[in-house]
Design a protein around this ligand. Sequence first.
Ligand code: XMP
Ligand code: MG
Length: 183
Amino acid sequence: MDAADISQDLEHVLKTSDEVATRVGELAQQVDTDYAGRDLLMVGVLNGAMMVMSDLMRAMKSHCTVDWMAISSYGSGTRSSGVVRILKDLTTDISQRDVLIVEDIVDTGLTLSYLVQNLKSREPASLEILTMFRKPDALTTSVDVRYVGFDIPNEFVVGYGLDFAGRYRNLRDVATLAPHVYK
Ligand code: XMP
Ligand code: MG
């Protein structure tokens, strides 16, 4: 029996894997330059940031270390609940460290503003944010994102780590889902 092809659930591709790879390379260069001579700790937000983290790290030329947090803000649906819980905390003491939060996507910005507030209280030397994707709503929130891969329209997207109900993270492109999948 043939495996089901999950790309059949997609509506349209917003960013191809090639476009994403090119942009990640550019971001890596900027991060390399900005953190030259410093001891960078990258904090990835599970599970969405797994792809951007692994590509970004490998595209960088300088040293970096990595740690992960898991937080819940969405449940399994497609809208932010505004309620953020830490499901897995860092294993690293970030006090006096140069920390870069690595995110898949900023939508309302609720998740990130919670995270920034939480991590700032641990007194890192610096705290910046990199996100692969950003939606227009995020531009009206107070979170200051230093590095943005792409600004995208206000549609729910999957692929490159982004999921719907835990699925579709393994798609290489970033695409909208066909309505029949989530309606
Ligand atoms: P907020 O609204 O708090 O949301 O900025 C951030 C988190 O919500 C998830 N998210 C999405 N996940 N497709 C997804 O697969 C999307 O279009 C989308 N928009 C938000 C994501 O986990 C992000 O960290
Ligand atoms: Mg996320």
